[in-house]
Design a protein around this ligand. Structure first.
Ligand SMILES: [Zn+2]
Length: 250
């Protein structure tokens, strides 16, 4: 294979790898944002469930005050009952007492409802808190792996930079200029494989004489349509047979 063509293929691989590493690094703020959002969503659920429990407790306290109020009235009626002089008065006070007792009963039923509801709400709070703890753990793990990946990507980019510089130094300057010009216009992809007479990136059929040239891999040939520099991967003549595998002695 033409040495410069071989260098261009390697250069393209490096540039493509650097591009995807760069994108992954550029994605980090977005990924961090997503992690925060995940935590925030569970935190909100915890806060909401706690608020509901607090509302329930406040309502219960208010009801219990009402019960005390009614019971105060009841004991006043009992005192009055001792002091009544007539049957009519007696009946009137008793009627008031029955009414107050009914009130106490209604409110006590409501207190009971609130207590049952409080048990459910407390369980919801507990579940949400457990979920938050688990999510915090998962997010911490994701952050750690993001940090580790960040280091690996930086190392990779440095390695690519070094390898790229070596290839660029060895490349014919005109060939490099063609590569860079096509890369600029074609989203960073300046080299394409030609297969079955077709440029595999723009999918345009090559003229037969162009494809024949490309098949030889001995010159810098560009696709007529997308201008990418073409190369050909010969299909292996025969499938490898495991002949060379050591056989156990008979
Ligand atoms: Zn093409």
């Amino acid at each position: 294979m033409n040495a410069d063509l071989e260098r261009l293929i390697a250069l393209q691989r490096l540039d493509t790898a650097a591009d995807s590493a760069g994108r992954r690094l550029a994605d980090e703020p977005e990924r961090e944002k997503a992690l925060r959002a995940r935590l925030e969503a569970v935190r909100t659920r915890v806060a909401t469930s706690k608020e509901q429990l607090a509302t329930n407790q406040n309502a219960r306290r208010a009801l219990e005050k009402d019960v005390a109020l009614h019971q105060g009235r009841l004991s006043k009626f009992r005192d009055q009952l001792m002091a009544v002089k007539t049957n009519v008065e007696y009946q009137a006070v008793q009627k008031e007492m029955a009414f107050a007792q009914g009130g106490v009963k209604t409110i006590e039923d409501k207190v009971l409802e609130r207590m049952l509801e409080a048990d459910e709400l407390a369980a919801v709070v507990k579940r949400a808190e457990a979920e938050l703890a688990a999510e915090q753990k998962a997010v911490d793990a994701d952050r750690r792996s993001m940090t580790a990946e960040h280091g690996e990507l930086q190392t990779l980019l440095e390695r690519i930079e070094g390898e790229r510089a070596e290839i660029v130094a060895a490349l014919n300057k005109q060939v490099l200029a063609v590569f860079e010009s096509v890369a600029r216009k074609r989203n960073g992809i300046a080299v394409a494989e030609a297969r079955n007479g077709i440029c595999t990136i723009c999918h345009v059929r090559l003229r037969p004489q162009v494809f024949n040239t490309v098949r030889r891999n001995d010159a810098i040939t560009q696709c007529d349509s997308c201008n990418r520099i073409l190369y050909f991967v010969p299909t292996p003549a025969a499938a490898a047979t495991p002949d060379d595998v050591d056989q156990p002695a008979p």
